[in-house]
Design a protein around this ligand. Sequence first.
Ligand code: PEP
Ligand code: MG
Length: 589
Amino acid sequence: MRTVDGLPTARGSASGPVFIYRGDCQVPVPEYVVEPGGEKDELMRLKRALGETRRDLENLIAVLRERSNGKDVDIFECHLMLLDDIVLVKETEDYILKDRLNAAAAVRRTADRARAQFGRMNDPYFRERVRDLDDVERRLLKVIAGIGSETLWDIKVPSIVIADDLTPSETVQLPAGYVLGFATNGGSTTSHVALIARAMGIPAVSGLGNITELVSPGQRVLLDGTAGRVTLNPDEATIGEFERQMARQREISAMEQSGGAAGELKDGGRVKLCANIHPGVPMDGLAEAGACGVGLYRSEYLWLNRALEPTEEEEFLAYREVARFMPKLGAGAGATIRLLDIGGDKIVRGISAKEPNPFLGNRSIRYLLSNPAVLRRQLKSILRASAFGRVRMMYPMVSCVEELDAAAAVLSEVKGELDGAGIAYDREIPVGAMIEVPSAAINAGAFARRVDFFSVGTNDLVQYVMAADRGNDAVSHLYQPANPAILTLIDNVIAAAKKEGIEVGVCGASAADPVLGVLWVAKGADTLSMSAPYIRSISKLFSRLSRSDLDEYAEYASGIDTDMPAKAVYGYLREWLSSRIPDFESLIA
Ligand code: PEP
Ligand code: MG
């Protein structure tokens, strides 16, 4: 038996067999000329790889048909067509027979040439095929390199997925019900992968170093996402105790889910607790989770894992579904749809440019303003959806007021078009800005004069203020939401919002942190938005406090010295909460 400690990424526990996923790992592609006569072996290698890849794709299509009503099947059917393309196969064979290239290099050469040809075409259909070509090439190269070409859909029994790291697009492919939890070598607690796991209620541990090297497929492991620990080769007694604890935890959560309204204070006051969701997360559980609305709808997930961009109609239908659902969360409940926030670690192949520093690149609102057709389509779809329920729209990653002004000009043109066409929409639709770039937090007053609400994205704000990548465990010690610099900036943002009379909320992962989430409200945040499974536990803390307690907490927090290290700040704040709430420690356990 052995335990490996990592970062507690999404809470909850799981016990089950290991599924090792090697995903998008870099496949080695050696290139060499084989000895005369060696061509036959290379041809054989290619044929075997083609056969194995075809079988994998056919299986995958069958699984998709069974598990997800055929969604995404067309993508993999297109991959099969590419794999069987006579011209491409013949070209690859020629590289082996005529140039005596090894099989992997021959596949790479064919793919490179086809990529260049597709990329030059004016027809967007062919340009999109480059992504499919990449996928088919990767599958073939993995089989040739003996790595296996499994995808996350190949999980046959409920398992704990162990991977080097996962991308957001891989994580949303996790087949519901088949992933008990996941554990990764890299990653961090605020990467998008972590946030998706939380929204899906899947326990996760990241930053485990070399866990992929320590396990074998099918081996039983215990995963504790709350403590950030994985136990390998557990003995029977440990398994028994772990599973008893899991059962107790399930009972507690079932009891929590049947509680009354969330966010009620001891004195009857109310804090708005909303849910962060993305397309693909079922909304059915949101009312039980206690959400009083959707505080952050990450629209960019509509763009992930697909060959073509969504059409206006697809966008509209997705947003309308959320808008129509809102009354189920109570009278007055609404959804805040964030515009396309791609870039950083949310790379959309074929759309995101290759940039040396993607977190500082042409992402989010910058991308939208430089691709006005995408911006207009999204604004139009959101406006159309606003006729079906309460909807707000929000711009991501705003860093200067010019961006807000430029977006406002496009918005008013799009409204004019809808008026001209007689299409209904909410004329008073509130427009907000994410505050997640230091320039916006520092100069918050100017931003507050231009929008109807703020939502502070602490995940990115901390990353940019501390210059510490939110997804890199090597700098996770510098990723400090409780750093005095962050607290000062948040004070500034809240003060600017109050001065201009606009609503301010926090939708980064710190909203679900028991110490910081309560602090943001004490400082004046009107709403907190978080992954739905976290709402009840934060709500329990608020139920132990009155508005005057919160004022006292804010007053106490004003005693934080800028000399204090983040850990000391956190400890100082926690001390107040545990002295004021007698069962604080057990509530957050
Ligand atoms: C944030 O940055 O805090 C945020 C909520 O947005 P995302 O995590 O999607 O970047
Ligand atoms: Mg962000």
